[in-house]
Each structure stands twice: as structure tokens, then as C-alpha cells.
Ligand binder design. Structure first.
Ligand SMILES: [Zn+2]
Length: 493
């Protein structure tokens, strides 16, 4: 009975977030705890376990999991602790392991190690030896490196953005692994594309990026193909191998893998200009919003905690105040000091606070006189998935026509949960600030008149040229002018 080890290590970072993340950002599980964590959740690990269970021959052995919300670069000593925990857990089970399923995100980055996933996979290969298959699942925002390719047998990739196919990706990874155990010979071809993309055309259900994904899905129907996908990387993870890339994995058919990976890369390159965001200057957005009778959304993707930003930008609040926006405004902000001061002042307390820039100094402090309307403990379920969030002390602060939800920690702002947690309905407001590049349509878009993608500053700005990439390969579209594309098929087997 083949024994498949199960492990996980996931974090996505923005290199432009000035606050390093640490070991205590991670939830770490060993053995059966890893199964318990994934129980009842639609995750990759859960999807993989369900697929393995369908084959009565397979025995699964959960060994180690570490996962964190998106954040700033991981402190080197924290990564080394995680890597050492992973290696020890693997060593304890290596002697009778037939395969490893390793669930990764792919967009980790450390203060020193620029290829953390590659490091972990090299460790796994060292411990397991050359013949034990290592199969991965990866986010399409991952950065697939040469070291990862050399130290793994194959991988399945997300096919949706916004992501809704976590469990399905785990299932596809598990099925690929089982084919390898039955004798398939994974032959990976990847073609790197020197382009970073962002914006609404990445929404796979409606945008042009979806055409790349549907082509990959069609390839996966071919019995000769083990997996295919189009990785776009996380443009905020500024590491040497950041780029977009097509990948096709066949069962011992290098020519087929090469032809299809080259085709996908070429088609993606042709569409690169379409996959750039349309952004509105803050002043212009406020001026237009002032004239609109319906509700308006200001998307502040530059401060998206789910992409690795701090969540403490006051840039849109400042723009709305400067532009004399007259309607009722609802805005979230990460500001531990303001939340604590509100708790000290108590309900209905009046205080002068400095809002914003608590973590990222690019946001100049904004002085406001506020009334404390609500206080909270920051424990609430995420509207999207029901998973628990811990935002630390929270407070609802009122200043003239502004209702500000202040939280102590950079939790995910991918839905309405920070508002719902305080009994606030975004539909009661004329303008809502949303700190996420894209949300499911019914959260905000379905009932608002217009959603402005505002060009605010921040560590996850879609205006990629403003970020100051220093590490990734150049030239890179759209960071540089006149970027050429010389397609080169790389085969790994
Ligand atoms: Zn992603």
C-alpha cells in the first residue's frame, strides 16, 4: 500500500510592505492536527485527501503544515525555524514514504532567502532521495523557480481568479501523483514570459486571462497531459525569478509539452497590454463620486491585506476630505494605536486620534476628532468562507460624515466581514472604501453605481511602476520600455 506524506507551507508576501512577518504569523500543525485543521474546509489539502481516499490502495500520512495570512517579508530566522520543523517532520517519516504531496502557495519571500519554496523542496528531495515523487499544488500567483522545478515531479495550479478552486486544485494534484505512482513519467515544459499583469482582465470568468486558463483546462482533458496552467506570479513578491510562465506537464511526451507551452506563452504575451489596470487618480474619483446619486465603491487595491499590504493607508480618506465629499463614507483601517485609544476612552468617548500610517510610513498621519461609536474584540467569521479572523481590539469611530472601522491587525479585507462584525451594512452608505483588488460581485459591485479602481499609493499598488522593483529580472513589462520576448522552452523531467 503506497504511503503518501502530506505537508503544507503557505504565505504570500509583498516585498514593499515595510513590516517583516515572523513565525507567530503562522498556524502550525503536526500529524493528525493537520487533518483536523482541514476538516470541513474547501482547501487544497482537503481536496487532495478526498481524492486519495477514493483510491483504497493509498495510505495518507499528514506530517506538517504552516500557513499565514499575506504579509511583509518573512524574517529569515522565522523561515529557518519553519524549514527546520518541516525537515524534521519529513525525516521522521522518510524511511517508508512512497510519495509527498506538498501544498504550497509559491509567493513566499524572506528577508534573506529569495526562494523559500525552492529551499524547502531541495530539502525534501535531499531527505526523500531521487526516486520518491514530490507533487505540489500552487497558486497561480506563485513564483515557480528553477530550484522548485528541479526538486519536484509535477504540480497542479489554480485555474480561477478570484480563487474558488482550492479543493479542485488539491484533487488534480492528488490525481497527478497517483498517475506517477502508477508509472507515468512527468515531463515538464515551462516558458517564462517577461510580463507582470494586473487589473480586471485577470478575472478568469470574464477577462482575457480566462482564455489562457481555458486553453490549459482543455489540454488537461488530453490523456497524454498530466497538468497545464498559466502562472502570473505575485507582482509584489520582488524575487529574482518573478515573471509569468506557461507550464505543460505530459506523460513522457517532451515535444507535446514544448509545443503547447510555447503556444500558451505566445498567446499570453500578445495579451499583456490588455491585462493592465485602468486606474483613476484619487482627486478625479472624488470629483466624479460627488456627482453620482448612487452608492460608490473606492477600491484601494494598493493597500490590500490579502495581497500582503499593511491595511493602514489613509490615502483615500485624505482624498475624500480634501475633495469635500458630502455623502456618508464607510472605511476600514488597520490602526492598533487608534483602536486602543478608543477602548481607553470608552463608548461615546471623544478623542483626537492620528489615523493611518501606523505601520507603513508612506501614509502621512491624518488628525481627526472622533466619537467612539462601538468597541469590539475583533473575533469574527470571514463572510466568504466562515473561517475565523482575529483582528485584535476594534473600534468604530465617527467623524462628521465618516464612519471608520479601526482594527488592530492586518486581517483579510476580501469581503464585508469587518463591517458586518460591527453590525454595519455597507449598503447604508454613499461611499465604501474596499481594500481588496477584486471581491465576489455580490459583496459590493452588485448594488453600487460604480466601482473606482483608485490609484492610491501602497505596497500592493496595481500601478506596478510606482513600487520600485529592485530584485526581479529585467527588462520586465510593464516596468520597462521596449521589452522583447524570446520564447525558450525549458524541459524538466
Ligand atoms: Zn492567489
Amino acid at each position: 500500500m503506497p504511503r503518501v506524506l502530506i505537508a503544507e507551507c503557505k504565505q504570500e508576501i509583498s516585498s514593499f510592505n515595510p513590516v517583516d512577518s515572523t513565525y507567530d504569523y503562522f498556524t502550525v500543525n503536526y500529524g493528525a492536527e493537520l487533518l483536523a485543521y482541514h476538516d470541513g474546509k474547501g482547501t487544497e489539502v482537503r481536496g487532495a485527501l478526498d481524492a486519495f481516499k477514493a483510491d483504497s490502495d493509498i495510505e495518507t500520512v499528514p506530517i506538517y503544515g504552516a500557513r499565514s495570512n499575506s504579509a511583509g517579508p518573512l524574517a529569515q530566522e522565522s523561515f529557518e525555524r519553519i524549514a527546520s520543523e518541516f525537515s524534521h517532520a519529513l525525516e521522521a517519516h522518510a524511511s517508508n514514504a512512497d510519495a509527498l504531496y506538498f501544498c504550497l502557495h509559491g509567493a513566499m519571500g524572506c528577508t534573506q532567502e529569495m526562494d523559500p519554496e525552492g529551499y524547502l523542496l531541495a530539502e525534501a528531495r535531499r531527505i526523500l532521495g531521487p526516486n520518491v515523487p514530490i507533487v505540489l499544488s500552487l497558486d497561480l500567483h506563485g513564483i515557480l523557480t528553477e530550484k522548485m522545478l528541479k526538486n519536484s515531479s509535477g504540480f497542479a495550479l489554480y485555474h480561477t481568479y478570484p480563487h474558488v478552486d482550492f479543493a479542485d486544485t488539491g484533487r488534480r494534484a492528488a490525481e497527478l501523483l497517483m498517475r506517477v505512482l502508477r508509472g507515468a513519467k512527468p515531463t515538464v515544459c515551462r516558458v517564462k514570459v517577461p510580463a507582470l499583469v494586473r487589473g480586471d482582465e485577470l478575472i478568469t470568468a470574464t477577462g482575457v486571462y480566462g482564455e489562457s486558463i481555458r486553453y490549459a483546462q482543455k489540454l488537461e482533458q488530453d490523456p497524454r497531459v498530466l497538468a497545464a496552467g498559466m502562472i502570473i506570479g505575485n507582482p509584489f513578491t520582488d524575487v529574482p525569478e518573478l515573471c509569468s510562465q506557461s507550464v505543460v506537464i505530459t506523460d513522457d511526451e517532451p515535444e507535446l509539452a514544448e509545443v503547447e507551452a510555447l503556444h500558451m506563452a505566445g498567446a499570453f504575451w500578445e495579451r499583456r497590454a490588455q491585462m493592465q489596470p485602468e486606474l483613476v487618480e484619487p482627486e478625479e474619483a472624488v470629483e466624479q463620486a460627488n456627482k453620482m446619486p448612487g452608492a460608490v465603491i473606492f477600491t484601494d487595491a494598493a493597500d490590500a491585506t490579502s495581497s500582503g499590504a499593511t491595511g493602514d493607508s489613509n490615502a483615500l480618506l485624505q482624498a475624500l476630505i480634501d475633495g469635500d465629499f458630502a455623502g456618508e463614507v464607510l472605511a476600514p483601517i488597520v490602526d492598533p494605536a487608534a483602536a486602543l485609544m478608543a477602548h481607553e476612552a470608552g463608548l461615546n468617548g471623544k478623542l483626537d486620534v492620528v489615523i493611518g500610517g501606523a505601520l507603513d510610513a508612506r501614509f502621512p498621519p491624518l488628525q481627526l476628532s472622533v466619537i467612539v461609536e462601538q468597541l469590539g474584540d475583533g473575533e469574527y467569521p470571514l463572510e466568504s468562507s466562515g473561517t475565523p479572523e482575529s483582528a485584535g481590539l476594534t473600534a468604530v469611530l465617527r467623524c462628521a460624515n465618516y464612519t471608520i472601522v479601526a482594527l488592530s491587525r492586518s486581517v483579510r479585507f476580501i469581503d464585508r466581514s469587518p463591517f458586518i462584525a460591527h453590525g454595519l451594512n455597507p449598503e447604508d452608505y454613499d461611499l465604501v472604501v474596499v481594500k481588496s483588488p477584486h471581491c465576489q460581485p455580490h459583496f459590493f459591485d452588485a448594488w453600487s453605481e460604480k466601482n473606482f479602481n483608485v490609484d492610491a499609493p501602497g505596497s500592493t499598488s496595481a500601478n506596478l511602476k510606482t513600487l520600485g522593483h529592485r530584485v526581479c529580472q529585467r527588462p520586465m513589462y510593464p516596468l520597462d520600455a521596449d521589452v522583447g520576448f524570446q520564447p525558450r522552452a525549458e524541459i524538466y523531467r
